[in-house]
Design a protein around this ligand. Structure first.
Ligand code: SF4
Length: 197
């Protein structure tokens, strides 16, 4: 089972869960490991393209940043999650938020990028005893455009539900529904053994 060798769920685990919950079942319950090195290409991994143009002074001015923390590892024992957050920003008004750098503004990728930021907000809430209500993205391909998105309670509830379902699969062997998007099966390493129903 998942928790025999790894204590916490990561953002990457959830990205795979969003790709297809059943992928998680095959990976951690059936333990068909021979496919692991050809693991499905999750298209929404961390962007390596960092914005060089966005200087600290610009950030301070536009957002009222009083402190930045980079590449912060946080975990939450009660939820059983962890993650490394690109940048955590502490603002003048006492709020805490995140800043992620993305190479392209791509609507297909946006949902996953946003929900990853919501996932991080849960880590920030518990570690900083706060209530993170927004996140920022810098789209480096569009002139380092800075965009703010609101995080609402329903977004956090959705992530908590995903975490619960992920654990139900990995800890109880629950066989989940497949992805709604069958085109994802084309790239999936479990394509030949999955019944897809
Ligand atoms: S083949 Fe399709 S339904 Fe089955 S695990 Fe892969 S993506 Fe999911």
């Amino acid at each position: 089972m998942f928790n025999e060798y790894r204590k916490y769920i990561t953002a990457t685990d959830l990205q795979e869960f969003w790709y297809c919950p059943r992928f998680i079942y095959y990976m951690y319950v059936t333990k068909i490991r021979q496919y692991e090195e050809k693991r499905v290409k999750v298209q929404i991994g961390r962007d390596v393209h960092k914005a060089k143009a966005l200087e600290k002074d610009y950030l301070r001015k536009s957002l009222g940043v009083v402190k930045q923390e980079k590449e912060m590892y946080l975990s939450d024992e009660s939820l059983g999650i962890c993650g490394i957050i690109d940048e955590i920003l502490h603002l003048e008004d006492g709020s805490v938020t995140t800043l992620e750098y993305k190479f392209a503004e791509n609507k297909y990728k946006f949902r996953t990028q946003f929900y990853q930021a919501v996932y991080y907000s849960l880590l920030i809430d518990s570690n900083y005893k706060t209530n993170m209500t927004s996140c920022y993205f810098v789209y480096t391909r569009t002139g380092s455009k800075l965009v703010k998105y609101d995080i609402k309670p329903k977004h956090k509830e959705y992530i908590i539900d995903c975490i619960k379902e992920f654990k139900k699969i990995t800890h109880e062997g629950y066989y989940p529904k497949r992805t709604k998007y069958l085109r994802q099966c084309l790239d999936c390493t479990y394509n030949k053994i999955c019944d897809k129903y």
